[in-house]
Design a protein around this ligand. Structure first.
Ligand code: NOJ
Length: 468
């Protein structure tokens, strides 16, 4: 048996920094806040912390619109705060992953400011600029995942630019090699500091059809999310994306034991390609099946068996139950089944990723209409209950004090604290041996002490009962 590396034996814990711990009473979580909670993180027996974006950003998509890949947003602290956090994480034997967002920048990034300044600016081609269609409309029929067309007209130069998320997130053009070179430099900046790797945002969308062809209509559209009215054959999973990922991997491989986990929502056959033909792409292509499938034993059994069957030789599995884009686990499957789901997550073969708060069974929080912040919900209020992501991003529930110990009393938190925080919180669960939190810790401790649960093989066993 070959020796396993930390990202294979360890558990990844995702923190949404805005919502973990507010140290300076502005209602938004920050880096010193996270640092003050490292004892807690360590008590979960996790190995790595992944931080959603902490970079300078106008926050149109809450940090996924990056205005400087090599800085820290003042809301979260300073570079000195970051260095102190990284040092403390490492001194505890833990690892730190950052969120790399290479597909698009903020429209306030200096690259885009240059690019939009004139048609002949040297950075014009770093983004997608196209003339209007003959009727003056967008150049093709592509849609934004957050509603409306994927193109915005810029009167200054009379052309449209492409964005598959909010209009303040212009997409980078990776057919221009200068763009990839610049992004690889940003990776090196953090790797030189000692960061252990990256979760890579929408990695499967990084390159588009060269001719920007119209998408075909989707005959299977369920009538809900307008984005799915069309297929995504020219914007998702283009063959050339693998060349980009191999270049990213080479950068990581020039360092010691760094890794990347790619955000990829694709079916198994396509997903497996993101390990790379010679395992030279993503160390872990995120496997989101447990989030997306109906919560039924027969369905789950089949998806685990199918995934195990198609993993490439040497490809390391991974499993996820929640993240900042999906409704809370305990809301999706109910509080009792949330325990079962965690037992599954923590005993399956492969690296588990846990979303902050799921270890205490946090649920979706109803957001009053005037407090809705998430762009798809703001843009499509009638679909807010389906597409809105605020409900799963609310402040961590630490104790029963006002603001749940996330921020001092009297502070207006950026999203409301869950109404159940007085009973569902870390302090209360810490004291209760039968709590979700202590159950989670018992499972993580068992997993980390039992080699069979880390490097063992897997087979499903027939219980002979319906839905068991
Ligand atoms: C995926 C991220 O997880 C999501 O939160 C974000 O809105 C989009 N990518 C755009 O960056």
């Amino acid at each position: 048996m070959t020796e396993q590396l930390w990202w294979q034996t360890g558990i990844i814990y995702q923190i949404y920094p805005r919502s973990f711990m507010d140290s300076n009473a502005d209602g938004v979580g920050d880096l010193p806040g996270i640092r003050s909670r490292l004892d807690y993180i360590q008590s979960l027996n996790v190995q790595a912390v992944w931080l959603s974006p902490i970079f300078p950003s106008p926050m149109h998509d809450f940090g996924y619109d990056v205005a400087d890949y090599c800085g820290i947003h003042p809301l979260f602290g300073t570079m000195a705060d970051f260095d102190a956090l990284l040092a403390d994480v490492h001194s505890r034997g833990l690892k730190l992953l950052l969120d790399l967002v290479p597909n698009h920048t903020s429209d306030e990034h200096p690259w885009f400011i240059e690019s939009r300044s004139s048609r002949d600016n040297p950075k014009r081609d770093w983004y997608f600029w196209r003339d209007p269609a003959p009727d003056g409309g967008p150049p093709n029929n592509w849609l934004s995942t957050f509603g409306g067309p994927a193109w915005t007209f810029d009167p200054h130069t009379g052309q449209y630019y492409l964005h598959q998320f909010v209009s303040q997130q212009p997409e980078l053009n990776y057919r221009n090699p200068e763009v990839l070179a610049a992004m690889l430099d940003s990776m090196r900046f953090w790797l030189d500091k000692g960061v252990d790797g990256f979760r890579v945002d929408v990695i499967w969308m990084m390159i588009k059809d060269e001719q920007l062809r119209d998408e075909a209509l989707n005959s299977d559209w369920d009538g809900f999310n307008p984005y799915d009215r069309i297929q995504h054959n020219y914007t998702h999973n283009q063959p050339e994306v693998h060349d980009l990922i191999r270049e990213m991997r080479k950068v990581l491989d020039a360092y010691d034991e760094r890794m990347m986990v790619g955000e990829i929502y694709l079916p198994n056959d396509s997903l497996m390609k993101y390990y790379g033909q010679d395992l030279d792409e993503c160390h872990l292509p995120f496997n989101f099946q447990l989030i997306l499938a109906p919560w039924k034993a027969s369905v789950v059994r089949k998806l685990v068996d199918d995934y195990e069957a198609v993993l490439p030789a040497g490809g390391w599995p991974n499993w996820v139950l929640g993240n900042h884009d999906q409704h809370r686990l305990a809301t999706r499957v109910g509080p009792a089944q949330a325990r079962v789901a965690n037992m599954l997550l923590l005993t399956l073969r492969g690296t588990p990723t846990c979303y902050y708060g799921d270890e205490i069974g946090m649920e979706n929080v109803a957001i009053p209409p005037h407090m809705i912040q998430d762009p798809p919900a703001v843009k499509q209020p009638e679909l807010a209950h389906i597409v809105g992501r605020d409900p799963e991003r609310t402040p961590m529930q630490w104790d029963d004090s006002p603001n749940a110990g996330f921020a001092p009393e009297g502070v207006q938190t950026w999203l409301p604290v869950a109404p159940d925080y007085k009973t569902r919180n870390v302090a209360a669960q810490d004291a209760d041996p039968a709590s979700m939190l202590n159950y989670f810790r018992a499972l993580t401790a068992l997993r980390q002490s039992e080699p069979a649960l880390i490097t063992g093989s897997y087979r499903s066993v027939d219980a002979g009962m319906e839905d068991v």
